[in-house]
Design a protein around this ligand. Structure first.
Ligand SMILES: Cc1cc2nc3c(=O)[nH]c(=O)nc-3n(C[C@H](O)[C@H](O)[C@H](O)COP(=O)(O)O)c2cc1C
Length: 340
């Protein structure tokens, strides 16, 4: 059965639950979101967009890039950051006018400047009634569905995801994600699956679980132990869109160097179209490392990174590295019977 996010329906993977890509600032840009959608990811969310910047500065610069719809099918969910109900309502209106299909509210960002300077991110977890007021203001400002991305709590002594979940659902949130770690540990340590399970059994809307999913088994365990409707994957998807394919098909894909090259080049072409060749070349230095991490050609790739100055160079380097590795493997296959 598809998962409902307001009027939006998201199809489940082969294991019967939904898969989503976690919003990651400076990572999950529109080309990356497109890429993972192509590998079967059910839902993607934009990088966070600060409501005060959006309302004061308009849809321009970094916000405009972050709010762009990822090419290809699938709902366009824009994540907003802010703690002031009126500003968040105005930002919601602007994002809807720009073409967002749904909105998400960041209630988990642990960065001090954001928590204390802007009363946003996880500061909302410390104040469930304000969290509810933010959602209520946004829901009455727009027609599209609104979700919230919570933490288990601000710290181990302040675990209150159930209270915040109830407050935001009562205020009109139509889906929740729970990053089942507390904000004080940022992204380290185990997710608190018992908190996720409690949230799931306390609210009537769909709940996605997030935190520490890097394999098919991690995803299945999270759903099995909590009853959540799907998993949201963050760092486990960096350089590994095949994780979504494995979940979509219930088959473990064999990922070759040629597959890695094809994925990187698909991303590179999207990025060139999105932000131009120079920006793409610099950006690719980061992504290529993720895609080739742990492979036999990682040292060659690392050595070539400073030469990445155009799509043609990147293509040439990746082709050469792929061909060299294939040739080495062929020689090894011929030599090994002789050496026996
Ligand atoms: C580089 C980076 C940037 C992130 N940016 C955001 C963001 O913009 N909005 C948000 O809600 N969470 C953000 N997060 C948190 C992730 O969405 C996710 O909750 C976290 O990485 C835990 O999931 P994981 O263990 O699967 O990585 C970010 C995490 C990382 C590593």
């Amino acid at each position: 059965m598809p998962m409902k996010f307001g009027s939006i329906e998201i199809e489940p993977c082969a294991y019967g639950f939904v898969t989503a890509l976690a919003p990651m600032a400076n990572v999950t840009n529109p080309p990356f979101r497109s890429l993972v959608r192509g590998y079967g990811c059910g839902l993607t969310v934009s990088e966070m967009v600060a409501s005060h910047h959006l309302v004061k500065g308009g849809v321009s610069g970094l916000n405009a890039l972050r709010m762009e719809r990822a090419p290809g099918p699938g709902p366009h969910v824009v994540q907003l950051l802010g703690g002031d109900p009126a500003l968040m309502a105005e930002a919601a209106r602007m994002a809807e006018a720009e073409g967002a299909d749904a909105l998400d509210v960041n209630m988990g960002c642990p960065i001090r400047r954001i928590q204390h300077g802007c009363d946003s991110g996880v500061a909302l977890m410390r104040d469930p009634s304000r969290a509810g007021a933010v959602i209520a203001a946004m829901v009455s400002a727009v027609k599209i569905p609104v979700s919230a991305k919570l933490r288990a709590g601000a710290s181990a002594h302040e675990i209150n995801a159930v209270a915040v979940a109830k407050a935001v659902v009562d205020a009109g949130a139509s889906m929740l994600t729970v990053h089942a770690r507390t904000a004080d540990v940022v992204h380290h340590g185990e997710a608190r699956l018992s908190v996720l399970a409690e949230v799931k059994s306390s609210v009537s809307v769909a709940v996605l679980g997030n935190g520490g999913v890097a394999t098919v088994e991690d995803a299945r365990r999270m759903v099995r132990e909590t009853g959540c409707d799907g998993v949201m994957i963050g760092r486990g998807a960096l350089g590994n869109p095949w994780l979504f394919r494995a979940l979509e098909t219930a088959e473990e894909p064999v990922v070759t160097l040629a597959d890695r090259r094809d994925a990187v080049l698909a991303y590179a072409r999207w990025y060139v179209a999105f932000a131009g060749e120079r920006a793409a070349s610099l950006e690719l230095r980061k992504y290529v490392r993720w895609f080739y991490g742990g492979t036999e050609v990682e040292p060659q790739i690392r050595a070539a990174l400073p030469t990445f100055d155009s799509l043609a160079t990147i293509e040439r380097v990746l082709d050469e590295v792929t061909a060299q590795a294939a040739a080495i493997r062929e020689v090894a296959a011929v030599e090994s019977p002789l050496s026996r």
